[in-house]
Ligand binder design. Structure first.
Ligand code: FES
Length: 288
């Protein structure tokens, strides 16, 4: 019995005498995957505990796989195994076409944010032992799926870019001086600097789901990181407040806290958004 269970029928090869080069390649890949499955099954024969993962699959470029489905893989469980470890095992032993992003494997690059058991999490930071089994793994909601677990991040990056996510100041120090920041000011912006651009917060936000132009929690947090930095000066702070005050900026936030709940770096995103709202109001008050 195969260790891989496909919940929905996968593609069948057309029976033609003369197969195209593409079909030949697909057949060869299929045979290779069958071999990988057999070898993995042999590897598992002595294993005591296994865990099932149900993985979202979708490939718009392959005939018969354009329809979304879930594939189930049985993975040998080891202490300390993360969701990313399980996905890598499934890809390396069962199906080399299984597609997902990852890089650092230590919650720094932000590339493996996934929808795991109904919540946005980093695959590399989520222990299998902390989850209910079988584990359901899907791409981030509210983003277009490119293939399997890979989503299109273009819109998220556009929103991040729109808040000018880099340090800007007219108040430069002299040639031999440092651009000093007080200890208190560093503490104030510390948490906001932890963002790893994973977009888990954006994916969890109902407002962002309904308003494609909403800046979103990550971009607003990035604006906070610089608006609160005393080294940028008053003119830049005002410029940044003007950006986040726009129609699709901070005022769209309804304080639902979903972004704060899912942030893998524990950034108090909702708090930062509320503080920017207060700063925006204060900057608009005029006392004559
Ligand atoms: Fe880099 Fe998970 S692989 S954050």
């Amino acid at each position: 019995m195969s260790t891989q269970v496909t919940e929905q029928e996968t593609e069948t090869e057309p029976e033609t005498e003369q197969k195209s080069a593409h079909q030949q390649r697909r057949l060869a890949e299929k045979r290779e995957r069958a071999g990988m499955r057999e070898r993995a099954e042999e590897d598992l024969s002595g294993t005591e505990e296994t865990v099932k993962i149900k993985v979202f699959r979708f490939d718009p470029e392959v005939k018969g796989k354009e329809e979304p489905r879930f594939d189930t893989f049985r993975i040998p469980f080891t202490k300390g195994m993360t969701v990313l470890d399980a996905l890598i095992y499934a890809r390396d032993h069962f199906d080399s076409s299984l597609t997902f992003r990852h890089s650092c494997r230590q919650a720094i690059c932000g590339s493996d944010a996934l929808f795991i058991n109904g919540s946005q999490r980093l695959g590399c930071k989520t222990q299998m032992s902390d989850l209910e089994w079988p584990v359901r793994i899907e791409p981030l909601p509210h983003a277009d799926v490119v293939k399997d677990l890979v989503v299109d991040m273009e819109h998220f990056y556009d929103q991040m870019e729109s808040v000018e996510p880099y340090f800007q100041t007219n108040d430069l120090p002299g040639a031999d001086e440092e651009q000093r920041q007080t200890r208190e000011n560093r503490e104030k912006v510390k948490m906001s600097t932890r963002c790893i651009w994973c977009s888990a917060c954006m994916s969890s936000c109902n407002i962002a789901a309904g308003d494609n132009e909403y800046l979103g929690p990550a971009a607003i947090n990035k604006a906070y990181r610089f608006a609160m930095d005393e080294r940028e000066g008053d003119d830049m702070t005002e410029h940044r407040l003007n950006i986040i005050e726009q129609e699709h900026g901070v005022w769209r936030c309804q304080t639902q806290f979903s972004c704060t709940e899912v942030c893998p770096k524990d950034i108090p995103l909702t708090e930062h958004i509320q503080e920017l709202k207060r700063e925006a109001v204060k900057s608009n008050l005029k006392f004559w």
